[in-house]
Write a protein that binds this ligand. Structure first.
Ligand code: SF4
Ligand code: SF4
Length: 449
């Protein structure tokens, strides 16, 4: 850390566009519940952005909690560990919510939750030790992105970031898992931040939190105030006005620092490293205990769920088991969303397992699942004024209809982060995000030709 570190921001900066989505934070004040061990877990070998892992166990192997079962196969990858103890019953393929098939390890529980003898508290005395420990922990972006964290902090080393931004926006409706992490695991969150500042030599940390989380703001401020570590003097809690999609990296960087990440550039290019608050909390806990990433706090909510709550579950637990722990469906489920209602993926059924980066499951009843009828574009321009990336979704839609790849590129389709603000604000209910995804596929296919 330099002698005169950067000042901590006193108030947030504004950002362009976005949407005033409803909050529906029904589970914000409910203590998380730990789910009993499921009968079996299904662990797909791709639970991150990058190369899939390779199973390092075979059918019939006995495993303990924390044993490695999937080895990373490249730099951008992260190992996968057994979240329960028991027997490997098969190495198979599973189809996830995105419709793709992945290799997966299935473990049947022995009901004992025996801990692995390989679990060791990591020794960290340098940045290299920290990067290795983060790799060994299996940590990926837990806010939904799934990018391997050791790669993110390794990239930082070359680019010398001055600001760590802790992403505590949690701006999608319903989701409160990060909120509960900050309230229930406050000390680990702070320990994770202090460790990152100390070993990555980052000057300051800004926890960017939306103003609909008063209990978490209070807990974090109190923990910082109480801390005797020198680094805690360079950490602030920055209260942001709630507005979707403030949790998107580029939007949050603008709100917390006033810096603009240029098109096709990364947060490190403007001196920032962004980490989700649950990722930071897990890091703090891993450094204390050495227990790798094997469980996840998930928000279960929506009009079809009997008892909405936050549940801590072993990774790989089937969604149907978690819904059943929440009292089952109180009425027929019209739409099951893995993730939040703005950026999540609709799942074909509830057999699919929870992954490292899953933070919510939203089950809507049939009435809430009905999409309003799509009508003709009235050229109101609301989609343009809503776009935080300053794109023209209506022009992109026209280019997709015309199959005009040159126009798609001219209109910056690759910059779209699929936040859905444009579609949310469109009075004609046009499915702009789905159309943009089709446009991106057109661009990809053309570049392969
Ligand atoms: S918001 Fe909808 S109706 Fe208005 S210009 Fe955009 S696509 Fe057309
Ligand atoms: S065009 Fe993309 S980035 Fe812009 S508002 Fe729509 S979904 Fe979000």
């Amino acid at each position: 850390m330099k002698n005169s570190p950067l000042a901590l921001p006193k108030k947030p900066f504004s950002f362009h566009g976005g949407a005033n989505t409803p909050h529906y934070k029904n589970t914000r004040q409910k203590q998380s519940e730990i789910m009993p061990c499921p009968e079996q877990v299904v662990l797909p070998m791709l639970q991150h952005i990058g190369k899939p892992c390779k199973p390092c166990v075979k059918k019939g192997f006995s495993v303990a909690v924390g044993d490695i079962i999937g080895k990373d196969t490249g730099h951008i990858s992260a190992p996968i560990y057994a979240p329960i103890s028991g027997k490997v019953t098969k190495i198979t393929q599973v189809r996830l919510a995105n419709g793709r098939l992945y290799d997966a390890v299935v473990i049947a529980s022995d009901g004992e939750m025996r801990m692995s003898k390989s679990i060791k508290v990591p020794v960290i005395n340098s940045d290299t030790d920290l990067i290795r420990a983060v790799h060994d922990s299996g940590l990926v972006g837990l806010g939904g992105a799934g990018f391997p964290t050791h790669v993110k902090i390794d990239n930082h080393q070359e680019n010398k970031c001055d600001t760590l931004i802790v992403n505590f926006s949690e701006c999608e409706p319903f989701i409160t898992a990060d909120n509960r992490e900050a309230v229930e695991n406050t000390d680990d969150v702070l320990y994770g931040i202090i460790t990152l500042l100390r070993y990555l030599h980052v000057e300051r940390a800004v926890i960017g939190v939306e103003d609909n989380k008063p209990d978490a703001i209070k807990a974090l401020k109190a923990a910082i105030e109480k801390s005797c570590d020198e680094e805690s003097r360079h950490i602030c809690v920055l209260k942001l006005k709630s507005r979707y999609p403030q949790g998107a990296e580029k939007v949050l960087i603008k709100a917390c620092t006033g810096r603009t990440v240029p098109p096709h550039k990364l947060p490190v290019d403007v001196g920032c490293i962004v980490m989700n608050i649950t990722s930071v909390g897990f890091l703090g806990s891993y450094i204390r205990t050495g227990v790798p990433l094997i469980s996840k706090r998930i928000t279960i909510d929506g009009s079809a769920v009997s008892e909405p709550k936050n549940v801590i579950v072993p990774i790989g637990t089937p969604v149907k088991d978690i819904i059943s722990f929440c009292g089952g469906y109180k009425e027929a489920c019209g739409k099951l969303i893995i993730g939040g209602p703005m950026t999540g993926i609709a799942a074909p059924n509830d057999d699919i397992p929870i992954l490292k980066q899953t933070n919510a499951v939203i089950a809507l009843n049939k009435k809430d699942a009905v999409q309003p009828p799509v009508t003709d574009c009235i050229r109101c321009g609301r989609c343009i004024s809503s776009c935080p990336m300053r794109l023209s979704p209506v022009l992109i839609e026209t280019a997709v209809k015309m199959k005009n790849v040159a126009s798609l590129n001219r209109n910056g389709i690759s910059l779209c982060m699929e936040c859905g603000s444009c579609a949310y604000n469109c009075p004609a209910h046009r499915p702009l995000v789905q159309v943009i995804r089709m446009g991106k596929a057109m661009v990809r296919n053309t570049s392969k030709e």
